[in-house]
Design a protein around this ligand. Structure first.
Ligand code: BDR
Ligand code: CA
Length: 332
């Protein structure tokens, strides 16, 4: 049942270590009620991401949330095989979770999103933390989708920061630029959480140790997964730590963190075949005037948040799971 203060959320993901963190956060925060999850190929295949998602939901004690497999291939070309050097061969750093005996639902991720958009008309919020293939497909299935959902928050792109997969493109957008272009051109309230803000909010080894020391199995599993993820980031940050792309997008979607610089501007995606393919071209020319209103602008681009994110992320999980333990503890 939806808590009075919790909004219904659909999560679209490519689970993925930081996707797993985002999922755990959304399950833990009292501000969200996850009503459906779709997967897309990105860090791992859409089918592999669904397995990871079902296993994580089992570990977290949420066996009822429907999980749908989405697009295997992007709109142009085919799935590149994932990012095992970042997320491990199984997408979650080689961590073996107890397998869930649940199957994904029959609907595709795009179909599930459309169903939920009708069921929670005007209230559903979407968090997309993988390539945008399913969201673009849902827009084609139901052209009224922008009127049916309350808002969409996307982890993706790079406004002024360099890309992470090419010099200018971020992975989620670069993995399906045509889909991203369609989604960002649709007439809905979009918040983009780009590398500018996700690469400047990191999780340190001390935070990982906190997760490992927790009594909760999800925290422990996340701590183990992060060991693999930190290994990838050593070459980027020069120490064992990691960016927090997807959980930051989830926290922004639930209004869990304060935004200190997030102008609403025009954003276009480069779908040409040149070196800037997949770039999010954000019109930030208004920065010297404090970003005055821009004609045709509807994409809020988060450039800065007002607090250190890691304590909020860990604190939200601890608070939820501590109270869960208290509730299930035998009465003395
Ligand atoms: C994004 O790409 C994926 O590897 C991550 O899960 C995140 O969604 C960062 O560029
Ligand atoms: Ca992701």
């Amino acid at each position: 049942m939806i808590q009075p203060t919790a909004a219904p959320f659909y999560l679209d993901c490519d689970t993925g270590i930081d996707d797993a963190l985002a999922l755990a956060y959304l399950l833990a925060t009292p501000r969200a009620e996850l009503v459906g999850i779709g997967t897309v190929s990105g860090n791992i295949s859409a089918a592999g991401g669904a397995r990871n998602t079902l296993d994580l939901l089992k570990l977290a004690g949420h066996p009822d949330i429907p999980v749908a497999i989405g697009a295997h291939d992007p709109q142009v070309g085919s799935f590149h095989g994932g990012a095992p050097h970042v997320h491990g061969d199984n997408g979650i750093g080689g961590v073996e979770l107890a397998p869930s005996d649940r199957e994904p639902v029959e609907a595709t991720a795009a179909e599930l999103l459309v169903q939920l958009a009708h069921k929670y008309a005007g209230a559903l919020r979407v968090v997309a933390i993988g390539p945008l293939t399913n969201i673009a497909e849902a827009l084609r299935l139901e052209p009224r989708l922008p009127d049916l959902i309350a808002e969409i928050t996307i982890m993706g792109g790079a406004a002024l920061a360099p890309g992470n997969i090419t010099p200018v493109a971020e992975a989620n957008i670069a993995n399906d630029p045509e889909a991203a272009a369609e989604v960002l051109a649709a007439e809905w309230n979009v918040t983009l959480v780009p590398l500018d803000v996700t690469m400047t909010n990191v999780l340190e080894e001390t935070h990982r140790q906190e997760l490992l020391a927790s009594e909760h199995p999800v925290s422990q599993a996340l701590g183990e997964m992060l060991g693999y993820y930190f290994g990838f980031y050593v070459d980027i940050f020069g120490r064992a730590c990691s960016a927090m792309h997807d959980p930051l997008a989830a926290a922004i979607a639930v209004r869990g963190v304060e935004l200190t610089l997030a102008p609403t501007v025009r954003v276009e995606v480069d779908t040409t075949s040149g070196p800037s393919r997949g770039q999010t071209v954000c019109d930030l020319r208004g920065q010297y005037l404090g970003f005055p209103d821009q004609r045709g602008a509807r994409c809020r681009v988060v450039l800065e948040i007002g607090e250190d994110f890691a304590p909020h992320l860990l604190g939200t999980m601890q608070a939820a799971w501590l109270s869960e333990e208290e509730l299930t503890a035998p009465v003395a």
